[in-house]
Design a protein around this ligand. Structure first.
Ligand SMILES: C[S@@+](CC[C@H](N)C(=O)[O-])C[C@H]1O[C@@H](n2cnc3c(N)ncnc32)[C@H](O)[C@@H]1O
Length: 215
């Protein structure tokens, strides 16, 4: 069986057993991965890079292509099965192996992750629309705590999901979506400096770029 198929099957299995935190039925595509890693690919100096919610490694594969000597690459993944797959890649896949001494997979929720030093780049694949407003707030607080003042946070969200879910959901669900929309819009309004549209992904996605410095 091809690697591609294995990854998709495992991702779907995890979606079935951990629907809320997996948040998608399939890993992100190559075009989205390339758009999301752009800020770290355009740098001149060694950097500290944090990937949050790597899953089966769609973004990780593009990140390792951009790593250089002197970089530190940390990955924070909640799900043990995904963390095992990523560790296996760092042990066996030549494009990952060469960076294994500079990389570490941490198995915990990002809200509980501690680091001695903040990061230059955070790349997140978390399915924010599946969480409670309290968890979304905690996750943004973790991003602020973990990012350097001039560091860049990049994450994606599927296009128009919240507006659609606000119309078609039950009243309780509508309230939850409205509340997380308030948290997210507040952060985007204050800190977003760029937004990319990626239509070549299923479903199409926006890539949001933030810096936690008031304009
Ligand atoms: C939508 S999947 C994205 C996977 C991959 N980045 C991609 O785009 O294909 C979300 C990932 O976030 C992980 N996750 C969910 N909540 C998390 C949390 N609080 N901390 C760390 N990882 C989390 C899930 O286990 C899953 O791997």
């Amino acid at each position: 069986m091809s690697k591609f198929l294995k990854e998709h099957i495992e991702f779907y299995r995890q979606f079935r057993s951990h629907f809320q935190t997996t948040g998608a039925i399939a890993p992100s595509g190559r075009f989205l991965a390339k758009a999301i890693i752009k800020p770290m690919a355009n740098r001149d100096e060694p950097a500290r890079i944090l990937e949050v919610g790597p899953g089966t490694g769609s973004f990780t594969k593009q990140i390792v292509k951009q790593l250089r000597p002197g970089d530190q690459f940390d990955l924070v993944e909640l799900n043990d099965a995904f963390a095992d797959m990523l560790n296996h890649l760092f042990e066996t896949d030549p494009s990952f192996q060469q960076w294994s001494s500079q990389s570490k997979v941490h198995v915990c929720p990002i809200q509980e992750f501690e680091s001695d030093e903040p990061y230059d780049y955070i790349i997140s694949g978390l399915p924010m629309n599946n969480f409670s407003p309290e968890v979304v707030t905690e996750i943004y607080e973790a991003f602020e705590r973990l990012l350097k003042p001039r560091g860049v946070l990049t994450y994606f969200e599927y296009m128009c999901v919240r507006p659609i879910r606000r119309v078609v959901s039950t009243p309780n669900e509508r309230t939850r979506i409205r509340e997380i929309d308030e948290v997210i819009s507040n952060y985007l309004g204050r800190y977003r400096f760029r937004k990319n549209w990626v239509f070549a992904n299923v479903p199409p996605a926006w890539v949001q770029h933030l810096q936690f410095t008031d304009a």
